[in-house]
Design a protein around this ligand. Sequence first.
Ligand code: G3H
Ligand code: 13P
Ligand code: ZN
Length: 309
Amino acid sequence: MSLITTKEMFEKAYKGGYAVGAFNINNMEIIQAITEAAAENRSPVILQVSAGARKYAKHEYLVALAQAAIKDTGIDFALHLDHGEDFEICKSCIDGGFTSVMIDGSKYPLKENIELTRKVVEYAHARGVTVEGELGKLAGIEDDIHVGADDAMFTDPAEVEEFVAKTGVDSLAIAIGTSHGAFKFKDEPLLRFDILEKIEKLLPGFPIVLHGASSVMPDLVDEINAYGGNMSGAKGVPEEMLRRAASMAVCKINIDSDIRLAFTAGVRRVFAKEPELFDPRGYLKVAREEVKKMVSHKIVNVLGSDGKA
Ligand code: G3H
Ligand code: 13P
Ligand code: ZN
């Protein structure tokens, strides 16, 4: 058992018409919740780490915890850098045990994005690591990079063949209307499936990645609000849209906000119901259970990756 790349995962997912969940990890409880849910459902899974997660928990802890999860569950996982913003962070993760990295050059013009992405691909492939690139900008917040809703730019299908051919990336993140965070749509949710269809035709068999793909599960939002939180107006991508994307060329679906919501709902509920509780294990185990339940639900009812590990 070991950390694996995303290559074979995506080949199987593409052929099988399902997607692999990429869940953001920030601490031990979240890692346990995701990997236990994956193991119980015999599902492949990608553990992904943002620059913020590395700052919060430290690289060495996250790698060691991911390795511990493999030993504990007997399932192979990919360990992936989420939104690497420059060559240096990608190199540091490749050298430091990650099996996959994302280089997010989407803020640059096409030519610079291609140059930066190709540099990362050359370094990564020489070391057996897979690379995700991005074309098009998501609305909302991309890590530290703030992109106003007015600047949201869908992926231009006319650029994808050149980008993939010149960079050699293993997967491509696209912008079709999703955004990061818990407030994705002011009005009715809308994804540009026409753009995804065009890209799918231009890049047959090539794995596409959907960022900002939390559904901001209404039950979790309601629970947070019921126990003293305030998340009014929170809205995500409806599950039926994610299922449709998973049946198409989308092989990786990124989920972070739903983890945050599940964790917070659990903690708020215990604090409200057991005000005398002060042992952190008492509320962290409830939070872990909430995240695990949510991840299981995604695997079985949204991604369709159960039984595919
Ligand atoms: O893409 C954004 C992810 O949700 C990571 O968020 O930078 O706050 O860890 P973070
Ligand atoms: P959400 O905020 O929708 O969970 O998106 C997470 C993501 O895209 C991480 O890269
Ligand atoms: Zn993202």
